[in-house]
Unconditional design. Structure first.
Length: 267
């Protein structure tokens, strides 16, 4: 399991060689850490031993038991963070993903906002030849599926096109996609009516996927500021809620600021 040390620099110390010492059983020991384990518990002070890339022991652990020791000097030690909203379709060109790893992010979810690969099997399969420093998951995105099946047309899909889009989503879910994304403020998302999205979300739901939307509406008078778009009101949000309710898919809003009581109810 990848772990992340957060904030500040670390001192690396190699133990002196000792012919009489027992062979170390851990590859790495992180001492004097404040552990935040991600379960919701308060932090606690502990040492963490790692063997073969996995956490082997947490507690008070003697430095002699490890090949290499890092003294965390009371800094936070936590499981790697998950960034659920990325656009890293080109990650294989930067497999070290240093910009994420240096922030403690070790799992990425890409394919957000209606844009993704449409061949999830091929996309995830590339990891075999090109290992990444991070874990990778992808959504199958409505806009990309629509483009593949219908081109750039501003019109409703024919029943046959709807079926084809649902088949692309189904294949993507079988190939490991974690859900469906939309970007209903972006072309081609702006061309879609609720029924179209519901049809695709229903397929994702059948495979246990979630519905991740980066949708927003810019017309309402009561703005809600967020990270990458401005959510100015409820119409599209209601549309998304309706999509979730009708398709049985779990809804995740992307980038919403939780100052709207409606929005805090989703995750
Ligand atoms: Zn996005």
């Amino acid at each position: 399991m990848l772990v992340a040390l957060v904030s500040g620099c670390l001192l690396f110390a190699r133990l002196p060689a000792d012919a009489h010492a027992p062979a170390p059983s851990y590859d790495l020991l992180i001492t004097n850490a404040r552990v935040v384990d991600g379960s919701g518990n308060p932090w606690f002070r502990a040492d963490v031993a790692i063997k073969d890339g996995r956490i082997a022991r947490i507690g008070r652990i003697s430095p002699e038991t490890a090949t290499r020791t890092i003294d965390a000097h009371g800094q936070i030690l936590a499981p790697g963070f998950i960034d659920v909203h990325t656009h890293v379709e080109s990650i294989y060109s930067l497999p070290a993903a240093e910009n994420f790893v240096r922030m403690g992010v070790t799992t990425l979810v890409t394919g957000n906002c209606g844009t993704s690969t449409t061949d999830v099997g091929e996309f995830l399969g590339r990891i075999k030849d090109k290992p990444l420093a991070v874990n990778l998951a992808t959504l199958i995105a409505h806009g990309s599926v629509r483009r593949k099946v219908m081109g750039l047309g501003d019109r409703a899909p024919t029943p046959e096109e709807q079926k084809q889009m649902e088949a692309v989503v189904e294949q993507a879910m079988k190939d490991g996609a974690v859900g469906l994304s939309t970007g209903l403020i972006y072309v081609l998302g702006t061309y879609a009516k609720t029924d179209e999205i519901v049809g695709l979300a229903r397929v994702a739901a059948r495979y246990g996927g979630l519905y991740a939307t980066g949708a927003a509406c810019r017309k309402s008078p009561d703005p809600v500021g967020i990270s990458f778009v401005i959510v100015n009101g409820a119409p599209v949000f209601e549309n998304n809620q309706m999509t979730a309710a009708r398709s049985g898919v779990a809804l995740r809003g992307s980038g919403y600021l939780a100052s709207n009581p409606q929005i805090t109810q989703i995750h």
